[in-house]
Design a protein around this ligand. Structure first.
Ligand SMILES: *Cc1c(COP(=O)(O)O)cnc(C)c1O
Length: 752
């Protein structure tokens, strides 16, 4: 049935038509129509099946991406237009699923899209959080957190009516299984994201995100990453993790038995991918279940080790999960004898205490268990994997060199170019056809067009259209007016000291002081930030406060605001990213070198024709190799220098603060102007951190940063030279397709 008829039939049951229904009714009718089409499609086939375990899947809104993948986008857009409606407006009624928080969750979502689109037999396994991380409210000059409910009565979840019993120490909980359909692009299959939930979830807290963290039966799936600054919060995370992996492992065994395979041959039919350490307990849990099903322990350990693969996502040692034995004793004591056994075997392989799973303080190191008992360990960008091998995980690399491999992250171009940037996507199709949609490497055909004046003008026009769209959106959403002809300089990502939003804030201070002194920039600049800070991460929240203070000071100053604006976008999420990234001129990727494992925001910006201003960190290194030095702005110390500084304890921020040029920026944080706007205690805390600690070395790089940023903004003036840089960035971005990444995972690790 054509989609028009399907929609009319659905709407008819509510007594409305395509012309008379509300946007919400139309959204729900589209959802129902799409869901019906999806459930009729077959699952991808194959002897072996991948189960991708992840605590987060930041899938974003699903209507548009499902329409793209089902090949229905144009048809639906035209249909809506003919009824005087617009898809953009309809999709604004779709709440964004609150199933993830940042890059790691977004990566998992891109991977599921690519797995399905390559026709690979693989599903995701995660949890059905009801209220997400939190919804960010900035109205009071500081971040406030509220629940972020997304499950409207009609939503994308399918109730499978399957349940699993998860045995906790203090009683058994039932895990209900819901599925999200993952459509493939153009190849007619539909895989699944399996999301487990408790039977009777708690209602959202009336205010804020405080809830009873000990009410496991009702609150287990309330929030992603419950505040772990107290023990109840940390225990709840362990409850969540065990719930996810136990139900997931049971699902795998059930599917294996349904297919008539012997559990003795698990490794021939199953790959369990462990995305970061949150799902690590799947290793002992699967061993436990196999033994319970009559497999002997030796064989069970062999099977699990040969079917698990682990992705290591960080360089920050403090981000590696370690759970006290007592927590597991409280939550799932049945795992402890198995972990004890795994630790014993690990110690036979390597006597170095640094490689222990169960250390002498009775703490369990999840990453160590993953590395000892997986067949593959991968980093997520070339530099990151090198650093893992050479320093962070060198003990393990010496032990298992054959396990270590790199899989540079990627993004799906279906969402991050076709879906979010219609003006550019249409232009690309006119210029080089639409082969790039299935093979983004074909974007290289754009390179000769960088010399074509007409194409250059149209490339700039597409960027300008996106900048106008963003300006309208910001005006409507936050009441802030920005100049679409100014340079859009954008830093959007989770707030973390290592990502150095605080250094970018120092640039805003520098620019403000310059303009106040009568030194006007060559071109007006709009600095845009978007970031959520973890609720218990004080310095990150303080940085948001500083940015909001600068926003108020600068935007209200008639001498400064024609030249400089600062905007903090509220509640940064995937939908906001889809609005911001196509409009960006300068992409801020300024982490302290060696600290950003890969980044994927950097790739999205590149594909959309933004020019990167960054350090040689994570995948920026690969971006710079692809585009060449003329088409990227690099600054700052190298990862080797930074690692050396840490090793020798040789960085003292006060040495840098002594320099008058730096001091004048940092001291402005406690200036009368800012104190009049902000909270003195917060500003003082930030100030003190800059001078006394500055663990991520913002003051080390800030002068070089300002100098290179100035050169970048000056270069923007030469529009015909600048547009060539934009085109080269888009043209060379094909390497970062998550289809390429997933092909590599499959060829080197999964063998589906
Ligand atoms: C891509 C993306 C990220 C990751 O951004 P990085 O700059 O790589 O940290 C985080 N959040 C959202 C909403 C994203 O779309």
């Amino acid at each position: 049935m054509p989609i028009k008829q399907t929609l009319e039939t659905i709407l008819q049951t509510q007594g409305v038509t395509l012309q008379t229904c509300t946007d919400m009714q139309l959204m729900q009718a589209l959802l129902e129509a799409v869901q019906t089409l999806q459930t009729e499609l077959p699952h991808a086939q194959g002897k072996k099946k991948l189960y991708y375990f992840s605590a987060e899947f930041l899938v974003g809104r699903l209507l548009r991406s499902n329409l793209i993948n089902l090949g229905l986008l144009d048809e639906v857009e035209q249909l809506l237009q003919s009824c005087g409606r617009s898809l953009a407006q309809i999709e604004d009624c779709e709440p964004e699923p609150s199933l993830g928080n940042g890059g790691l969750g977004r990566l998992a979502a891109c991977f599921l899209d690519s797995i399905a689109s390559l026709g690979l037999n693989g599903d995701g396994i995660g949890l059905n959080y009801h209220y997400g991380l939190f919804r960010q409210d900035l109205s009071g000059g500081e971040q406030r957190e509220n629940a972020d409910p997304w499950l409207m009565p009609q939503n994308w979840l399918i109730d499978t009516h399957k349940t699993f019993s998860v045995p906790f120490a203090n009683g058994t909980l039932t895990a209900k299984l819901y599925d999200l359909c993952i459509s493939s692009y153009q190849n007619g299959v539909c895989n699944r994201l399996h999301l487990f939930d408790v039977e009777s979830p708690a209602p959202a807290p009336a205010n804020g995100i405080d809830f009873d963290k000990t009410d496991i039966a009702h609150c287990l799936t309330s929030f992603l990453y419950p505040d772990d600054s107290d023990e109840a919060g940390r225990l709840l995370r362990v409850y969540q993790q065990y719930f996810m992996v136990s139900a997931g492992a049971q699902l795998i065994l059930q599917e294996l038995e349904d297919a008539g395979h012997s559990l003795q041959e698990l490794d021939q039919y199953v790959v369990m991918h462990i995305n970061d350490t949150h799902p690590s307990m799947v290793i002992p849990e699967m061993i436990r279940l196999l033994v319970e099903h009559g497999v002997d322990l030796e064989r069970a350990i062999y099977l699990v080790q040969h079917s698990c693969a682990y992705t290591h996502h960080t360089i920050l040692a403090e981000a590696l999960e370690k759970w006290p034995v007592s927590y597991l004793q409280t939550v799932a004591p049945q795992l402890l004898p198995i972990i004890r056994e795994l630790d014993k075997r690990a110690k036979l392989r390597c006597a170095d205490p640094a490689a222990a799973i169960w250390d002498e303080n009775d703490v369990i190191h999840m990453a160590h268990m993953d590395i000892h008992f997986s067949a593959s360990v991968n980093g997520v960008a070339a530099l990151h994997t090198d650093i893992l091998k050479q320093s962070e995980l060198s003990v393990f690399y010496k032990l298992y060199p054959e396990k270590f491999n790199n899989k540079t992250n990627g993004i799906t171009f279906r969402r991050w170019l076709m879906g979010c940037n219609r003006p550019l996507s249409d232009l690309l199709c006119q210029a080089i056809g639409d082969g790039w949609k299935t093979d983004p490497n074909q974007l290289e055909q754009l390179l000769p067009l960088a010399e074509n004046e007409d194409f250059c003008a149209r490339f700039l026009a597409a960027k300008s259209a996106n900048k106008h769209r963003l300006a309208d959106w910001l005006k409507q959403r936050q009441g802030i007016e920005i100049d679409p002809d100014s340079i859009f300089d954008i830093q959007i990502k989770r707030l973390h000291q290592y990502k150095r939003q605080q250094m970018n804030a120092l640039y805003a201070i520098w620019k403000y002081q310059q303009i106040k002194a009568g030194i006007l920039p060559p071109h007006p600049v709009t600095m845009i930030f978007g970031a959520k800070a973890a609720p218990a991460y004080t310095l990150a929240k303080d940085t948001i406060h500083l940015i909001l203070c600068l926003q108020r000071l600068i935007n209200a100053d008639p001498q400064v605001s024609p030249w400089l604006k600062v905007v903090m976008v509220e509640n940064y999420n995937v939908s906001a990213a889809e609005m911001l990234i196509p409009a960006c001129d300068v992409s801020e990727q300024i982490s302290l070198a060696s600290k950003e494992a890969s980044g994927t925001g950097n790739m999205k910006f590149m594909a959309n024709g933004a020019v990167t201003l960054g350090t040689l960190d994570g995948a920026n290194v690969e971006i710079s190799q692809l585009v060449g030095k003329e088409n990227i702005y690099l600054f700052g110390r190298s990862s080797d220098e930074v690692i050396e500084l840490y090793r020798n304890n040789a960085y003292h921020s006060s040495d840098y603060w002594q320099k008058p040029s730096v001091q004048q920026l940092v001291d402005f944080i406690l200036s009368p102007q800012l104190l009049a706007i902000g909270k003195p205690d917060i500003l003082a805390r930030l100030y003190k951190d800059f001078i006394a600690k500055d663990y991520f070395m913002a003051l080390l790089d800030v002068e070089d940063y300002i100098a290179v940023k100035e050169r970048c903004f000056a270069d923007y003036q030469d529009r015909s030279a600048w547009v060539k840089k934009m085109i080269v960035n888009t043209a060379r971005s094909g390497y970062f397709s998550s289809d390429r990444t997933i092909r590599e995972y499959n060829e080197d690790i999964w063998h589906l």
